[in-house]
Design a protein around this ligand. Sequence first.
Ligand code: AMP
Ligand code: ZN
Length: 120
Amino acid sequence: MSQENCIFCKIAAGEIPSKKVHEDDEFVAFHDINPAAPVHVLVIPRKHIETLSSCTEADAPLLGRMLSLTARLAGELGVAYTGGDTGFRTVINTGPGGGQEVYHIHAHILAGERPWRRMG
Ligand code: AMP
Ligand code: ZN
């Protein structure tokens, strides 16, 4: 999908409403519209990158910051791993084979009481 028609580019630009939990110069995070778990947040770069398979070594710093932001947001959402039964799942679906539906790279943060709905 091109950048012009990309729903996540539009969310990042504020052209489509979302329930944002974080916004900075490089990333936006918002609640998934169709949550598969009690906590289901998506973390996206503002830069339109279609898939994890589109990434090169040059994207490593961005991917690193995205993953570290994911952990920080999990903490802010109250679902970090702090021992016992706590913790969260991070998922990046890639291509039809990986169940990707929106072709703007995003990391899912999933957490909370089971059962969770199966994704993809
Ligand atoms: P994926 O299958 O990894 O591409 O996941 C795409 C996710 O985006 C799904 O979990 C959708 O529920 C979610 N989604 C699609 N449109 C929106 C939207 N407008 N706002 C928030 N989440 C969305
Ligand atoms: Zn996009």
